[in-house]
Design a binder for this molecule. Structure first.
Ligand code: SAM
Length: 256
C-alpha cells in the first residue's frame, strides 16, 4: 500500500518543526512540492532547508507540481475556488499514481498547519473518495502563523471564557464579526482593518513571522493602522511578497 503524509512544517521558522514531523520526514521517499508563484523561492528554500537539516541517511526524490492558475477576478469566489480545487485534485491524483511506487511513502509539506486555511487535506480527501488511486494517509500537525503571532507578541488569543474568531481579510472588509471581541485575520492582501472605524480596538500585527524578516507592530488600531499599511507596502515591494496575520482586540476583559 502506498502512503501519503501531510506534514505541517510550521509557519516560517525551521525550529517550529515538531519531533513527530521529523520522524515523518524520515519515512518519505517522494516529496510533492507545489510551485506557488511569487513567494515560492523563499518558501521552497525553507522546505529544502528543513529536509536537509532533519532527514538523516535517507535518499528521497522531489516532484514539483505546478499550481494550476486560479481565476482571481471571477464573479463568484466560492465557485472559482472549487474549480481550482478540482484542477488540483486531477493533477495531484495523476502525480501520486505516476510517481509513488507500491509500498512507497509520499509527503506534502504544508506551511504552518494543514488544518488552517490550507486545501491539501480537502484535495487528498477527494482523491481518496474518487478511488482511482489508493493509498493510506496521515496528518502531522504544525505550528500555525496564529500561534507564532501570539507567541511573538506574548499574548493569549482569548480572554477569560470568551471566543476567538479566525477569519479572512475578505470577510473583515464586510464588517466586524458578530458576538466576538477578538478576531484573528489571515489572507488579507488589502489591510482590511482600515474599514474598522470603531475606537478602542488594539491590533497585534505580524509579517514574515518566524523568519529573519519578521516585523511586529502592536497598539491602538487608529494610531498604528496607517504605520502598518505603510510598513506592509514597503516590505512587499522590497521582498516581492508578504504574508501577514493580525489579531484585532476590543478593549476590556482579562486574558486567560
Ligand atoms: C494559505 S494561508 C496558510 C496558513 C497556514 N496553514 C498556517 O497554519 O498558518 C496563508 C496565510 O497565513 C498567514 N501566514 C502564514 N505564514 C505566515 C507568517 N510566517 N507570517 C505571517 N502570516 C503568515 C497569512 O495570513 C497568509 O495570508
Amino acid at each position: 500500500m502506498r502512503k501519503v503524509i501531510i506534514i505541517g512544517i510550521g509557519a516560517g521558522n525551521p525550529d517550529y518543526i515538531t519531533v513527530q514531523a521529523i520522524n515523518a520526514l524520515n519515512e518519505v521517499d517522494v516529496f510533492f512540492v507545489i510551485d506557488k508563484g511569487a513567494e515560492k523561492d523563499d518558501l521552497n528554500r525553507l522546505r529544502k532547508d528543513i529536509c536537509a537539516r532533519y532527514i538523516r541517511d535517507r535518499s528521497y526524490r522531489t516532484v514539483e507540481i505546478p499550481d494550476p492558475a486560479r481565476e482571481r477576478d471571477a464573479p463568484c469566489y466560492e465557485a472559482s475556488v472549487q474549480a481550482w480545487h478540482a484542477r488540483r485534485v486531477a493533477l495531484y491524483e495523476q502525480l501520486i499514481a505516476r510517481e509513488l511506487g507500491d509500498g512507497e511513502c509520499g509527503a506534502f509539506l504544508v506551511w504552518g498547519d494543514p488544518c488552517l486555511y490550507d486545501s491539501t487535506l480537502r484535495i487528498v480527501e477527494q482523491i481518496v473518495a474518487r478511488g482511482v488511486v489508493t493509498f493510506d494517509y496521515e496528518v502531522i500537525p504544525g505550528i500555525t502563523s496564529v500561534q507564532a503571532l501570539a507567541a511573538r507578541h506574548k499574548i493569549a488569543l482569548n480572554r477569560i471564557g470568551r471566543p476567538v474568531e479566525i477569519t479572512t481579510g475578505r470577510r473583515l472588509a464586510k464588517g466586524w464579526p458578530t458576538d466576538v471581541d477578538d478576531v484573528v485575520v489571515m489572507l488579507d492582501g488589502e489591510c482590511s482593518f482600515k474599514h474598522i472605524a470603531e475606537s478602542g480596538i488594539d491590533i497585534y500585527w505580524g509579517a514574515y513571522l518566524g523568519t529573519a524578516d519578521e516585523i511586529l507592530v502592536s497598539g491602538n488600531l487608529q494610531e498604528r493602522g496607517r504605520d502598518i499599511e505603510r510598513l506592509r507596502a514597503e516590505a512587499r515591494t522590497k521582498k516581492g511578497w508578504i504574508m501577514d496575520t493580525y489579531l484585532l482586540r476590543r478593549a476590556g476583559g482579562a486574558s486567560e
